[in-house]
Ligand binder design. Structure first.
Ligand code: MN3
Length: 239
């Protein structure tokens, strides 16, 4: 078999796996050190604000693809799997240049989505305690924080994220990033963030990103965000 023919067969197999749907694609995913954890709640938990189909596709296909792609890179460059993900992302210059962009996009995507699922599945409301005090101190209070966060998310051109970063001292700041970039790449820690890629909202909201940003607050799990805040101050928050 010539190289050309072998490649045709491989590509044909990949196309077939895609046409057979998600389960078959999982079965053929490259194994490796990076894992896609199941959603920590049923896919319909964020209804009606985020529909179950969006959650299923977003987690089971988009996030799964980042994990699979990252494992594919790790098969060729085993050292990629030997450091914690937040350390890899904080030092992308140490990643071989040939796969640096792949690690940036897929590693960032894996970290961002792992955080994202964790802080949703709640019922909104408002933060309390130390976290509320930090929002009042650093972000101008809860109402102003929501307004600024939504505005920042709306200003992201194309695909990206809006984040709240947190220091070891517990200080908060609003940050936006394009694509699957993350403040982890600047050595920072992420308290919470919202995905403003169209895949996060298009089925239900189409082009109305502002409506999605506004509705998203109804599914934030503030207990989980508070756990992340405490972990940041304890120095144990990773992704
Ligand atoms: Mn996404």
């Amino acid at each position: 078999m010539t190289v050309f023919n072998r490649r045709s067969v491989v590509m044909g197999a990949a196309a077939l796996a895609g046409s057979l749907g998600l389960r078959r694609a999982y079965a053929q995913a490259p194994s490796g050190p990076f894992k896609l954890d199941p959603l920590p709640y049923p896919a319909n938990k964020n209804e009606p604000h985020i529909d179950a189909q969006t959650m299923e596709i977003h987690h089971g296909r988009h996030h799964a693809a980042y994990v699979n792609n990252l494992n594919g890179v790790a098969q060729q460059h085993p050292q990629i799997g030997q450091k914690p993900l937040h350390e890899i992302l904080a030092d992308l210059n140490a990643v071989p240049e040939a796969v640096r962009t792949a690690v940036r996009n897929n590693g960032g995507g894996h970290a961002n989505h792992a955080m994202f699922w964790q802080i949703m599945g709640g019922s909104g409301g408002e933060p309390t305690g130390e976290l509320k005090a930090a929002i009042d101190r650093d972000l101008g209070g809860f109402a102003k924080f929501q307004e600024d966060f939504n505005a920042a998310g709306g200003r992201v051109f194309g695909s990206g994220w809006v984040f709240v970063t947190v220091t070891r001292e517990g200080k908060l700041a609003l940050v936006t990033k394009p694509n699957q970039d993350t403040p982890l790449m600047d050595g920072q820690r992420v308290l919470m963030g919202n995905d403003v890629w169209e895949h996060a909202y298009y089925l239900k909201y189409q082009n109305r990103r502002a409506d999605y940003l506004k509705a998203w607050w109804n599914v934030v799990n503030w207990d989980k965000v508070a756990e992340r805040y405490a972990a940041a101050k304890a120095g144990t928050l990773t992704i």
